[in-house]
Design a protein around this ligand. Structure first.
Ligand code: WT7
Length: 653
């Protein structure tokens, strides 16, 4: 790490940031170390408005089912909207919405509250009660954010499903959550095209296999043709038109579940990560304040979709809880051309920009092959801070981001966190941290991240190990919905001394103690910052029972997407080659897209007469990973039944 260039914070940053310089950071770390509960209790009182103050910070009597601020009452939507309006920000722009076609709609805090209250009243009238689950399957829109806030306002637990997921994935989530309602749109508009949403909801709910579901609320986005199920489907605009724009918030216990968000694990079935109200909102607000240094005049833009946790914490909740102004973008970075992000930063005078390494890498490629979309053509001087999230950022992409987007004077916060952690865990703070490209640097104050071996013992700096968090923190996952045993097994395995297991490997620099994430240690892939389980893709493939006898999925490195999905397939018919193999590969990709969603399509498909297995019948995944990478196979292959298959598997379609 010492050979990499270092970027210390400027004097101006150290003087003006919310957290001012290394000494301030050290003081916060020391405060948390001295009394973890007192530290988090102080911040929860300072950052959040409580209807009824809590008297106890942490209840660990049923660890690892930790409870934070248990006897306090609050409401997330009140904290994000009403209290900002009470503080005089009613006319301040909350959301600058830019549609796919470039049209812009600005929504003030008062307008957003009115929308949220009307929808909240309508939901109540439809019988949605505190604790009911509502699935949100919507495009990036003011209405999408408002739907989440409306659920929060009445104490309903939302579960947002990314608009790129298939009918099958949506059905699984509606069923697992036992949702009473789906809020969707007729269609979504992306890259100049209208794509279906309502039609996918119809397919998901076909045949009455979601018995808990009563209503489907439809936001009219494009006005495209859709089917209508009388008695089940309702237009959002009709439902809300006559509703009052006043709605008393439902004051809920701090532990009340704000949302479920399904994410991939190492087994086939995605898990419903359950988050709380108080602890979650605290960390959303606090990290937005300290990591992004959000100030009243900032224009904040997080490019994530609200279907992922990044969109939850840094679009729907964190920036609003602080009374910030943020951009919400419907479209894609390459439409009408790959200069879209830079053009939008210029147009809206964005000051804080948060995106994923995959996006940066693909825009570097675009800029290098087409002068017109190069960021140098745009005025990006409004920027003061950049962020990265979702996967490791390679030093070359970091440097390009720093020089070409940040103009060589914007710190980059490389934020490591997960769906389960609710907010940033290991990250630079812009007024504090000397940046090193490729490292997420040091834990956020109060987060006790550490690297241990398989038995939970600390490993020395400079030596890789398993990333854990030693003490609970307010925004941590509370459980896996409906499966507390799986929660314990996945995150608190008994051999790790009660530490939270992140599922990533990491190493700390011998000299600086900085963390570098080395990648997942389980069967989870990270493709373009999207999390995918290898088993999930395998089950999708083998569910194509007409064609597939057996399948194994591994990841391999990819220059743009970080990792790429590589599937090894044994067919129920003779191994194909040439055009036939290409055609079947396409058929299988389409199948996976239909089962899970287009993001899960394997990049490489390789056919074999069988798969390499050990004598006991276990698939030799390490060997498959070497084959996928195109590496020479160095493993012992003497146990292979049929060594010739290695050559067969060498060909990707
Ligand atoms: C996994 C979590 C965090 C919100 C988006 C993804 C990887 C995330 C970083 C980073 C290296 C990162 C980890 C983690 N990851 N951020 N800054 N550097 N790796 O959330 O879908 O729950 O995925 O993403 O592997 O475990 P997620």
């Amino acid at each position: 790490m010492s050979e990499l260039k270092k970027y210390p914070p400027s004097a101006a940053w150290m003087a003006n940031a919310h957290v001012k310089g290394p000494a301030a950071y050290q003081a916060l770390v020391a405060e948390a170390e001295a009394d973890h509960e007192a530290y988090w209790g102080r911040l929860a009182r300072e950052l959040l408005s409580w209807k009824k103050p809590f008297t106890k910070v942490l209840n660990d009597s049923e660890a690892p089912f930790f409870k934070w601020f248990e006897d306090g009452l609050l409401n997330v939507s009140y904290n994000c909207l009403d209290r900002n309006i009470e503080a005089g920000l009613g006319d301040k722009t909350a959301i600058i919405f830019e549609a796919d076609d470039g049209s812009v709609n600005k929504v003030s805090y008062s307008q957003l509250l009115a929308k949220v209250a009307q929808l909240a009243n309508a939901l109540k009238k439809r019988g949605v009660k505190k604790g009911d689950r509502v699935v949100i399957y919507m495009p990036m829109s003011v209405e999408g954010v408002a739907a989440m806030q409306a659920c929060a306002r009445i104490g309903a637990t939302h579960s947002v499903v990314f608009g790129g997921f298939s009918a099958q994935s949506l059905r699984d989530r509606v069923q697992d959550a036992g949702a009473v309602m789906v809020i969707t749109a007729d269609e979504q508009q992306r890259g100049g095209k209208s794509l279906p949403l309502k039609a996918i909801v119809d397919e998901a709910l076909e045949g009455g296999n979601c018995p808990t579901l009563k209503d489907v609320i439809v936001y009219k986005r494009t006005g495209g043709n859709i089917a209508w199920v009388a008695g089940r489907d309702l237009w959002l605009h009709e439902l809300t038109a006559s509703e009052s724009n006043v709605c008393e918030p439902e004051w809920v216990e701090a532990e009340h579940p704000l949302f479920l968000l399904y994410t991939s694990g190492s087994t086939g079935k995605p898990k419903g990560v359950q988050h709380s109200t108080g602890g979650y909102l605290l960390h959303a607000a606090l990290t937005t304040k300290w990591t992004f240094d959000l100030k009243p005049d900032d224009v904040f833009w997080c490019t994530a979709d609200i279907g992922w946790v990044t969109g939850h914490t840094y679009i729907s909740y964190g920036p609003l809880a602080l009374g910030g102004t943020e951009v919400v973008f419907e479209g894609i970075p390459t439409f009408p051309d790959a200069g879209r992000f830079w053009q939008m930063i210029q147009k809206h005078k964005v000051s804080i920009f948060y995106t994923a390494p995959t996006a940066i890498r693909s825009l570097i490629k675009a800029a290098e092959s087409n002068e017109v979309v190069h960021p140098k053509n745009y005025d990006l001087t409004s920027l003061r801070l950049l962020g990265s999230v979702g996967e490791p950022i390679n030093p070359a992409a970091w440097e390009w981001y720093y020089q070409h987007i940040g103009g060589g004077n914007c710190p980059i916060v490389d934020t490591f966190w997960q769906t389960e952690t609710g907010g940033h865990m290991i990250t630079p703070l812009p007024g504090v941290t000397t940046l090193v490209p490729g490292s997420c640097t040091l834990p956020f104050p109060g987060i006790t991240a550490a690297i241990v071996d398989e038995t939970g013992n600390d490993v020395p700096n400079g030596q890789g190990g398993i990333l854990v968090v030693k003490k609970p923190w307010p925004s941590m996952i509370r459980t896996i919905y409906g499966d507390p045993e799986r929660f314990k097994k996945s995150y608190y395995p008994s051999e790790l001394k009660g530490y939270y297991l992140a599922g990533d490997g990491a190493i700390r620099d011998a000299e600086t103690g900085y963390f570098t994430i080395t990648g997942r240690i389980d069967d989870v892939l990270n493709v373009s910052g999207h999390r995918m389980g290898t088993m999930e893709i395998e089950s999708a493939l083998v569910s194509c029972t007409d064609l597939v006898a057996e399948a194994a999925v591994v990841g391999r490195p990819d220059d743009t997407t970080g990792e790429a999905i590589c599937a090894f397939v044994v067919l129920k018919r003779p191994r194909p080659s040439g055009d036939e193999a290409k055609a079947i590969a396409k058929q299988l990709r389409d199948w996976v897209a239909k089962e899970i969603g287009p993001i899960a399509k394997p990049k490489d498909i390789r056919f074999g007469d069988n798969l390499p297995k050990t004598r006991s019948g276990k698939i030799m995944r390490r060997l498959l990973r070497s084959v996928a990478k195109g590496e020479a196979v160095t493993q012992d292959t003497s146990t292979l039944e049929n060594p010739a298959i290695l050559e067969q598997l060498g060909q990707a379609y």
